[in-house]
Unconditional design. Structure first.
Length: 246
């Protein structure tokens, strides 16, 4: 595990965080964009734009402190039921953001991968995803998995179908090796923002033994200091993976 040597301020007292184990893989359910915008008298789309901007900045920060994999829940298979205007804006926002990142993300040494079902995505969006993944495929820093049109139950079914089609026997190892995020392994720390305490069909297989951390902060305000606090709490947990320490 990497070592974390950062400082943050909380309640006007400087707290030194040092020699902490950095989770290898962090999963984040980014929640609260709409409520964040509503508090400011703005439309939900304003919150989604702020949420994307925050994701870019937090990804750079997570990479800088040694996180190896981060998976964020951007759009679920159930989110298609949201108002058509909001869904259309989210598609536009993803497209425009990826186009913007193609020319800049490589310098941050972050590998980008979009995970989820691609069947409902436009050819234009699929093209920009392909170009972005190609552009960053040789980056050696953190891998950022963006779960888009993603549902964990669907992911597990997809993995099982692939295993059967390959003529293999379904097993724990085979399912693990056919998941969208197979390179990242299990999630060590699962974070959900905005005070909600649900899993919402996110990485059900990968979070089997994750430490779960919920923050009252809405996603657009969940910054590096908030991540520090989550990692500090993670280091206080006694991870036994179903067993007992001797």
């Amino acid at each position: 595990m990497a070592l974390f040597k950062k400082r943050r301020k909380e309640n006007n007292d400087e707290i030194k965080l040092e020699n902490l184990n950095i989770p290898n893989h962090i999963g984040i359910i980014m929640d609260g964009n709409g409520r964040w915008a509503k508090r400011r008298g703005m439309p939900r789309t304003y919150g989604h734009k702020a949420g994307v901007d925050n994701l870019i900045e937090l990804s750079k920060y997570a990479n800088s402190i040694g996180v190896k994999y981060m998976t964020v829940y951007a759009f679920s298979t159930e989110n298609w039921s949201r108002p058509k205007d909001e869904v259309s804006y989210l598609m536009y926002l993803l497209d425009s953001t990826f186009n913007r990142l193609i020319d800049t993300i490589e310098k941050d040494n972050i590998k980008m991968k979009i995970v989820g079902e691609k069947d409902k995505l436009s050819d234009q969006l699929l093209d920009v995803i392909k170009r972005m993944e190609e552009k960053t495929k040789n980056c050696t820093g953190m891998t950022l998995f963006i779960a888009f049109n993603y549902g964990s139950r669907q992911e597990i079914v997809h993995a099982c179908k692939e295993i059967v089609n390959e003529g293999k026997e379904i097993s724990i190892d085979e399912i693990q090796n056919h998941l969208y995020t197979k390179d990242g392994g299990d999630v060590d720390l699962l974070i959900r923002t905005s005070g909600e305490q649900r899993i919402s069909n996110f990485m059900l297989w990968q979070i089997s033994y994750s430490e779960i951390y919920t923050a009252d902060t809405y996603w657009p305000d969940f910054n590096g200091d908030c991540l520090n606090k989550a990692i500090l709490e993670y280091n206080k947990r006694d991870r036994r993976f179903g067993g007992l320490k001797k």
